[in-house]
Write a protein that binds this ligand. Structure first.
Ligand SMILES: C[S@@+](CC[C@H](N)C(=O)[O-])C[C@H]1O[C@@H](n2cnc3c(N)ncnc32)[C@H](O)[C@@H]1O
Length: 294
């Protein structure tokens, strides 16, 4: 349950509560068999990383490994992503520059972005992955309610155990502000391994430059690693992981979407002059490298 001494609980929660149907949430909380539902996703052999179990994310004791975190996540997040949660998440979808066939959403939480990915690419196989079996239960419940065929997996994004080159799009929404910088780096290295050549990685999160000016906010939401995130650079982490064409776009001032591409092996690249392909030029800019086999 949430600690009562955080700034969020003392000053903001009473306001947020005005807009949330608390009795309905409480009833859902009380009538759900959490042991049974979380066991459906839990892989008992999975070892949780120290940063994940030692901190109380958002002032909730036990962090994401509690039913309370899973039940309260969506009602609160809708007010934490101005101007609108859907617009912010859509910013990630709009930055997809391929027709993915296999998509992996890392740190999928309650699946809000995962569902949008499946809606945008209904033919694609979509997998959401998270360390919290409680969050996975909520995500799966939402996917079933929306009749979307999505697989949810209990795993660590740093080491997923999926085969190399088995995805063509890997995403991470609102994950990196909750992980130490070294873990974000490790997750991007895993994304690089998982992607086939030419595949895309997309990271949606708070705007790092803006967050550097808002350190007072960190205490309000009790985000143990947000300073690490704010002072780092997703661009640099992606570059260090091996990605090319790295680019960050602002999303409504306080968010950012960073895209990177896993380069094609040398010798498999060839340049196409886009002056002869006006439509291609509009989509990709003046220079483009494609696999000659395709
Ligand atoms: C702030 S939530 C974001 C959830 C979701 N992506 C969204 O956009 O709402 C962060 C999520 O990352 C998960 N997480 C943190 N570290 C992880 C890791 N190493 N591997 C997988 N999931 C992780 C947490 O359990 C939590 O569900």
């Amino acid at each position: 349950m949430a600690r009562k001494d955080t700034i969020f609980e003392r000053f903001l929660a009473p306001v947020v509560r005005l807009f949330i149907d608390e009795p309905a949430l409480q009833q859902f909380y009380d009538t759900t068999d959490w042991q049974y539902e979380s066991d459906r996703f839990r892989r008992p052999e999975l070892a949780y990383p120290a940063y994940y179990v030692q901190e109380n994310f958002h002032g909730i004791e036990g962090g994401y490994l509690t039913p309370g975190a899973a039940v309260s996540y969506d009602p609160i997040t809708q007010y934490a992503l101005p101007p609108s949660e859907t617009l912010i998440r859509q910013g990630l979808i709009d930055n997809i520059h391929c027709q993915p066939r296999r998509i992996l959403d890392l740190g999928c939480g309650t699946g809000s972005t995962t569902l949008m990915l499946k809606q945008a690419f209904p033919q694609a196989e979509v997998i959401g992955l998270d360390l919290s079996p409680y969050m996975l239960f909520m995500a799966d419940r939402k996917a079933q309610q929306a009749s979307l065929d999505i697989q949810f997996i209990h795993a660590n994004a740093e080491q997923t155990n999926f085969p190399a080159a088995s995805f063509d799009l890997v995403t991470a929404a609102l994950l990196f502000h909750e992980t130490p910088a070294a873990v974000s780096q490790a997750i991007l290295e895993e994304a690089f391994r998982l992607l086939s050549a030419g595949g895309q990685v997309l990271v949606l999160d708070g705007h790092q430059k803006v967050l550097r000016q808002l350190d007072w906010l960190h205490n309000i939401f009790e985000e143990p690693y947000i300073e690490d995130y704010a002072t780092g650079s997703v661009d640099a982490w992606m570059g260090a992981a091996g990605f090319g064409a790295v680019r960050t776009d602002d999303q409504w001032w306080i968010h950012q979407v960073t895209s990177g591409t896993k380069p094609l092996p040398k010798g498999k690249q060839m340049s196409i002059s886009t002056s002869q392909h006006p439509i291609l030029a509009e989509v990709v800019g003046p220079a483009f490298a494609v696999d000659p086999v395709v």
